[in-house]
Design a binder for this molecule. Structure first.
Ligand code: HEC
Length: 108
């Protein structure tokens, strides 16, 4: 009985890990497909800041997610340098922007 329980727990943990890995992989694909990765590297800045640096800057800031979603939609500059980000809405769906921003904030 105990053995079976252990196996079940192990299996659920494995499935969960696989699901988390899948979610982040698909967010990365979404970022690729949405053109974000033309200007942002995960580890390196391209035209825009690295996603790792964005995540570090807003770590612990509970309101960052909503603000960044709004900024990605509308575009804008002045935070990282002179180069502004062009608007990504409506060509990228709101849901996709939300998924990508949530994923960016986990990259620190
Ligand atoms: C044409 C290049 C370009 C594209 C495409 C682009 N970005 Fe950006 N992004 C930038 C630049 C430049 C900045 C820095 C703006 C600033 O200094 O305020 C930036 C900033 C950001 C920030 C941080 C904003 C802040 O105020 O700290 C996030 C988050 C972000 N981009 C996400 C995205 C996502 C998600 C996409 C795809 C839907 C995307 N970007 C597409 C150039 C781009």
């Amino acid at each position: 009985m105990y053995k079976l329980f252990k196996k079940t727990v192990l299996l659920s943990a494995l499935i969960l890990t696989a699901q988390v890995a899948n979610a982040s992989e698909s967010a990365e694909k979404l970022a690729q497909k949405s053109g974000c990765l033309m200007c942002h590297g995960i580890q390196n800045a391209i035209l825009g800041p690295a996603y790792k640096d964005i995540a570090t800057k807003y770590k612990g800031d509970a309101s960052a997610e909503a603000r960044l979603i709004a900024k990605v939609k509308a575009g804008g500059g002045g935070v990282w340098g002179k180069m502004p980000m062009p608007p990504n809405s409506p060509q990228v769906k709101d849901d996709d922007i939300k998924t990508i921003v949530k994923w960016i904030l986990t990259q620190a």
